[in-house]
Design a binder for this molecule. Structure first.
Ligand code: SAH
Length: 230
């Protein structure tokens, strides 16, 4: 499903969350609470309607994902975002999901966003400062870094949860290496046609991969290729 609702009838973050619950996309209390607490309105560029179910341009050939995609990823990762766990958000863009992850793992956990457009790193930090995750940024349990996310962020590995917000032609090996045994990565894989893959690292280090749904994300690529719209 590409879009569950449109139009401006939903003008509050709470209304958006209720819609996602009514459509059965948000299934758990924890994900509902997290999305209620992190106001999407803070992360969407001025002038855009934050609560309709649509991706939106954020500049630099990037988009903030639609609310239903954020909800699907939070549901898939919920068990891997328990208090105290480590989470990595690759292609963190606006910082919306990074903030959600930080709220879920809390100040005893560690949440890292990595993004290769420096302007988006700066604006995402400003967005997070306006959100319920601001205290976690302040206490250092949440940070956002300017780097090529295909290399992950080894400093706080291994991660219980890794989310990739851009589609990779194949799963980058450094991200598999930085996933904890027992951990889960959610990553769109493909070029024109993409599948959202759920990658579980088993306790013996082996990998199980399944397809959740077909999706359309911007590519996980080099900064130059992205800015040239390749
Ligand atoms: N989850 C984000 C998604 C933003 S779109 C949100 O909803 O706001 C995908 C993001 O991935 C873009 O911001 C883009 O700049 C970033 N990206 C693409 N390739 C990347 C790479 N190699 N390293 C880091 N970030 C990358």
């Amino acid at each position: 499903m590409e879009q569950y609702w449109s139009g401006s009838a939903i003008n509050k973050n709470k209304g958006m969350v209720e819609n996602l619950q009514n459509y059965g996309i948000i299934k758990s209390r924890k994900v509902a609470e997290t999305m209620e607490n992190i106001d999407r309105g803070v992360f969407v560029p001025n002038g855009a309607q934050p609560y309709i179910d649509s991706p939106m341009a954020i500049g630099y050939n990037a988009t903030i994902s639609a609310p239903h995609m954020h909800a699907i990823c939070l549901q898939l990762l919920e068990n891997y975002l328990q208090p105290g766990m480590h989470a990595l958000d690759v292609g963190s863009g606006t910082g919306y999901l990074t903030a959600c992850f930080a709220l879920m793992v809390g100040s005893n956990g560690r949440t890292v966003g990595v993004e290769h457009i420096p302007e988006l790193v700066s604006s995402s930090i400003k967005n997070i400062e306006k959100s319920a995750a601001a205290p976690l940024l302040k206490d250092g349990s949440l940070s956002v870094h300017d780097c090529d996310g295909r290399q992950g962020w080894p400093d706080f590995a291994p991660y219980d949860a890794i989310h990739v917000g851009a589609a990779a032609p194949e799963i980058p090996q450094p991200l598999i290496d930085q996933l904890k045994p027992g951990g889960r990565m959610v990553i769109p894989v493909g070029n024109a046609l993409q599948d959202l893959k759920v990658v579980d690292k088993n306790s013996d280090g082996s990998i199980s991969i399944r397809t959740e749904t077909s999706v359309r994300y911007v590519p996980l690529t080099s900064k130059e290729a992205q800015l040239n719209g390749e």
